[in-house]
Structure formats: C-alpha cells, structure tokens
Design a protein around this ligand. Structure first.
Ligand code: NAP
Length: 485
C-alpha cells in the first residue's frame, strides 16, 4: 500500500502552497481503505480569500491576453493530460473507485474538452444589426464576467471541472476552483496541467478544503461575478439563495432518472440500458437510471432477464480486470446508500442485492451488491429520493400515458430514456417528457462535449446550459454598441 506523506498543496496566485493553518486531510481508496491516496491542504476562509484576491488581480491581464495565446494554453494543458493519462487514470480510480477503463476515458474526455473550447471559444462573437442610419453600426460584443467560482462533485472529478474551467478561461475570466473533498486529486492534476501549460499566476486558483470552511468565501464574496456548481440539489439551492444579486449562477444538480420500457421494446436491449444506465459507475451518475417504468405485459419477462444479468455482475476493485462495478466513493456514500436501501425494504420488495459485501476482496472497501426493488409505487421513498448508488426501482405501468405521468411525477428533470420500436412513441416521448436530456433506445447516462447539457425543474437553475457552444454563454456578458462616425 502506498503511504503518501507530503500533503498536496493548493495553487494560489501561481504558487503551490499549504493551508495557512498548516492543516491537511487525507483521502483513502474506497476499494481498499488501507491505501492512502494522498493528503490535501485543509484550506479555510483566509486561504479562500487569498485565492479570490489572486483571481481578481489577474483578471485585467488575462482578459487582455490574445485569444490565440489563451487557446494555446488550453491545447498544451490537454497534451499534458494526455501524456499523463495512465497516472491520472490510476489516481482517479484510487480516489473515486470507478473502473480504470472509465477513468482513462474520463481523463481523455477532459483533454478533449480543453481542445474543444480552444477552438470554439475563438469564434464566440457578437452580432451586427441592420438599421436605418448609414452613418452608424450597431453590434454586440461579448465580454468576460470577471472572477468565476467553480465548485464540482466527486463523481466525475476531472471531466466536470474541465467542462466548466475551459469555457471560463477561453472567454477571459479568472477562476477559483474547489473540487469535492472526497476526490480532490484529479482536479489538482487538471490545475497542474493548466499551470504547466503557462497560465499566468492567479488566472486559475485551486483550493481544497471542506464546504463549510471555504464555501462562503468563494460564493458570497462581492468579487465573485459567477458561480458554476455541480452537486446535490440541496447544496445548489442553498448557494443559489445565499449569493449577492449581482452574482450569476449555473447549478447542475440531482436527478431521479426514468427508463420507460414499452411492450414493443427489444427486451435484451432494455435490460442492457438498465444495467449500463443504472448500475455501471456504481449508480453514481447524476444521469444514472434510477426508476424502471415497465409495461405490465412485459414486466415478468423483463424482470427475469434483468435479474439474470445482475447475478453475473462482478463487484470489486476498479483496477482489477473483469470487474463490472466498483465501490461506492466514500464511507458517507456507503451509509447513505444503505440508508436508502433500508427505507426501500420497508415499503417495497427487494428482489436482489442491497447487501454490504464482506470477504477478502471486499472487506476493506465500500462495496454494495446492486439492488432491484419491485412492487414500487411513485409515492415511495425509493421512487422519489436520489439514491446515487447501484439501486433500481421497478414500477409497473399500463400504458404510455401512465408511464409518462409517472416518469414526470418527480421534482427532478435531468435525463430520461425510453425503450421502444414505435417511431410515434419516440417522437411523442421527446415532447412529453420533462427532462433536459432525452434518450431513445440509449442509456440515460452519457452526453456529448459539443451538445448542450442541463436539467429541467429542480435539476438545474433555469438559466444557462453547460457543454458545447452554449457552455460559453454563461461566462460572458453582452454589450450593445451604437457607433456613429
Ligand atoms: P455535494 O455534496 O452537493 O457537493 C458538491 C460540491 O459542492 C463539493 O465540492 C462540495 O464540497 C461543495 N459544496 C457543498 N456545499 C457547499 C456550500 N454550501 N458552499 C460551497 N461549496 C459547497 O454533491 P456530491 O455529493 O459531491 O455529488 C453528488 C451530487 O451531485 C448528486 O446529487 C448528483 O446528482 C449531483 N451531480 C449532478 C450533475 C449534473 O450535471 N447535474 C453531475 C454530477 C453530479 P465538499 O466536497 O467539501 O463537501
């Protein structure tokens, strides 16, 4: 087992520094808690305030830096991530638990995101408007906002930060970045790549530390012009309510995502969608399938096939070949998921799984066997609360209309899928479902770098989308200029 002793530092004003208090916290591998992944600076308000001040001081220089230079830094940082993909992927698996192949994909996706915005940001521009006066031009120009706070969750600890930081930087903003305390090392590697690529001091500041210790200083300070946050709905709503009126917010929050299985569906494909969408990533995806709304006429056959597949899943350390499902990311996650399973057992029928795993391969990690609940109704806890673990709740429906009504019976609206061969239902589903991401014969999980991403209802603030070209909008403000001779 590795025992890293030197704490990783924060990056403030271009310097890698320890917390002012000298304190640090440790992160252990959720597949084997004997493995110390690292120690990290336990920043507090004083460190966070220094990061905000450094970002403020760097803003004017960065906004005036030629866009081609900003783009080159993003491309060089992408190359740095690609050169270190194996180390970064192994660290990601050791701190978060996901399968090593998925970690490699995620590191490369972060690099691809930096490259995407290096190009896309260079053609992000205003408009010119036709009008009557030949001696005047009227046009808009897009300008950076200033200091932007980036707060991210642990489940995609490098790709989510990349999709926020890259559009922020290319448009000329400076950044204070706080990763989740459960998995800070991947975020540090992203900050390191950008720093090594030549980002001027203070343009990106990276601080680790608990939400309670650093949160108010990086969300409520007047100098913060915008906050882009991904995490739980509770935390997102709290931040959204606490910030000054002049602070723009973008909140990407929780989900309770349905997969509707119609009676004409290819049931083998539908089972695959349920397993990949709901159980891979150990169910720890905001867009993960959580509710299975299955037509009564195919429920028995679908359930039999699903149980047969679930029985074959191998649960273990994400570094081990042949493993299908890794651990939950932390002891808190384990407690939370077991709590939801206990609540589910009290109201529905547990058909399989839901056990904390013991034995030599599992005893040092946070492993739970994937669970399937049947006899679930939409009013039950297990159908309403975001579990964020390998737990599926099966609800019987008797028509397409019934399925849509139940699918929409949730405060969330992040992602939703349908399995059907009927082109009419495919069309209707896209119109009827209340979700920001709509999938037809595809998993609820997964989204493109170049397409907009975000939720409806309580899954997002109803403001700005992330990803793609629309991801640039959040980080700029528009001026309309009337220019005479
Ligand atoms: P979380 O507990 O809300 O934490 C997310 C991040 O916010 C962490 O960095 C956390 O810091 C920080 N934070 C929490 N409260 C804060 C506050 N008052 N001020 C400043 N920072 C604060 O969420 P999580 O457990 O990491 O992630 C799981 C959740 O994220 C799920 O609900 C999932 O659905 C959601 N998620 C949504 C999307 C999406 O795109 N919609 C994507 C992925 C995940 P600490 O770690 O230090 O507490």
């Amino acid at each position: 087992m590795t025992e890293a002793t030197q704490p990783f530092c924060s990056l403030i004003g271009g310097q890698w520094v320890a917390a002012a208090s000298g304190r640090s916290f440790e992160i252990r591998n959720p597949a084997d808690t004997r493995d110390l992944v690292g120690r990290f600076a336990a920043c507090e308000a004083v460190d966070a305030q220094a990061a905000v001040a450094a970002a403020q001081a760097a803003f004017d220089g960065w906004r005036r830096t030629p866009i081609s230079k900003r783009a080159r830094i993003l491309n060089d940082a992408a190359a740095h991530l690609e050169q270190h993909v194996e180390r970064n992927a192994q660290e990601l698996t050791r701190e978060e638990g996901k399968l090593i192949a998925l970690s490699r994909d995620e590191v490369l996706r972060a690099a691809q995101t930096l490259r995407f915005y290096a190009v896309e940001g260079q053609s992000w521009t205003g408009e010119t408007f036709p009008q009557d006066d030949p001696a005047m031009t009227v046009s808009t120009q897009r300008e950076p906002l200033g200091v932007v706070t980036v707060i991210t969750p642990w489940n995609f600890p490098i790709s989510i930060p990349a999709r926020k930081i890259a559009p922020a930087l290319i448009t000329g903003n400076t950044v204070v970045f706080k990763p989740a305390s459960i998995a800070p090392l991947s975020g540090l590697r992203l900050a390191e790549a950008l720093h090594q690529a030549g980002l001027p001091p203070g343009v990106l500041n990276f601080i680790t530390g608990s939400a309670a210790a650093v949160g108010p200083s990086i969300t409520e300070a007047k100098a913060i012009r915008a906050i882009t946050f991904t995490g739980s709905t509770a935390a997102g709503e709290h931040i959204h309510r606490s910030v000054p009126f002049t602070t723009r917010t973008q909140m990407e929050l929780g989900g309770k995502n349905p997969l509707i299985v119609m009676d004409d569906a290819d049931l083998d494909q539908a089972v695959d969608l349920a397993i990949k969408g709901g159980l891979s990533l150990t169910g720890q995806a905001c867009t993960g399938t959580s509710r299975l709304l299955v037509m009564k006429s195919v429920k028995a056959e679908f359930t039999t096939k699903l149980l047969a597949h679930m029985a074959k899943l191998v649960i273990g350390n994400g570094m081990t070949t042949g493993v299908d499902i890794g651990p939950l990311a932390s002891a808190q996650q384990l407690d939370s998921v077991l709590g939801h399973i206990a609540a589910g057992k009290a109201e529905a029928t547990l058909l399989c799984g839901g056990e904390r795993l013991a034995g030599p391969e599992h005893e040092h990690g946070h492993f739970v066997s994937p669970a399937l609940f049947a006899d679930v109704s939409s009013s039950m806890h297990i159908a309403r609360e975001e579990v964020f673990g390998p737990v599926l709740a099966l609800i019987e429906v008797d028509s397409y209309r019934d399925a849509i009504a139940q699918a929409n019976d949730t405060p969330y609206g992040l992602a939703a899928a349908i399995a059907t061969r009927n082109p009419r239902l495919m069309h209707d589903f896209a119109n009827d479902i209340e979700a920001g991401t709509v999938k037809i014969n595809r998993t609820t999980t997964g989204n493109l770098i170049n397409a907009p991403f975000g939720g409806l209802k309580r899954s997002s603030t109803a403001t700005f989308r992330e990803s793609g070209r629309s991801g640039l909008e959040f980080f700029t403000q528009t001026k309309t200029v009337y220019r005479g001779c």
